[in-house]
Design a protein around this ligand. Structure first.
Ligand code: CO
Length: 135
């Protein structure tokens, strides 16, 4: 396992990108819209990990709700795993709750699923695995 990325909820993706790209000097690797997450997403490379900036697509989506409750800032921690289905079923057997039943397609051609923050003591955690290696 490794820390794949840190997800950060932002109000204005373009404004925040100018900080991360122009001022911090990080390299943007992708910008895409992910309907399942209700978000427009940008990835910035930082060493072997990434920073994911998420801007809400609609007022009722999870990102908009997060910002309404807690403001902009860190939204989730994403752990890269080798076999996401196996990991999820192992963890379910141990009583861990997930948001949704199965991994779904996320940004950057990854399969992703979120662990319910009640099971991870307040930290919203995502498990992710690149698609394509086993398919
Ligand atoms: Co993420």
């Amino acid at each position: 396992m490794k820390i794949d990325h840190l997800g950060i909820a932002v109000k204005d993706l373009d404004k925040t990108l100018s900080f991360y790209e122009d001022k911090l000097g990080l390299e943007k690797t992708a910008v895409e819209t992910v309907a399942d997450q209700g978000a427009k997403i940008a990835f910035l490379k930082i060493g072997e990990s990434k920073i994911e900036l998420l801007e809400a697509l609609d007022e009722d989506g999870p990102i908009a709700r997060h910002i309404a409750k807690r403001g902009e800032g860190i939204h989730h921690l994403a752990l890269g795993v080798d076999n996401i289905e196996e990991k999820v079923s192992d963890m379910k057997e141990q009583g861990v709750r997930f948001i949704g039943e199965e991994p779904t397609p996320g940004a950057e051609n990854m399969k992703i699923i979120f662990i319910h923050p009640k099971s991870s003591d307040g930290v919203l955690m995502e498990l992710c695995e690149p698609l394509g290696e086993e398919d």
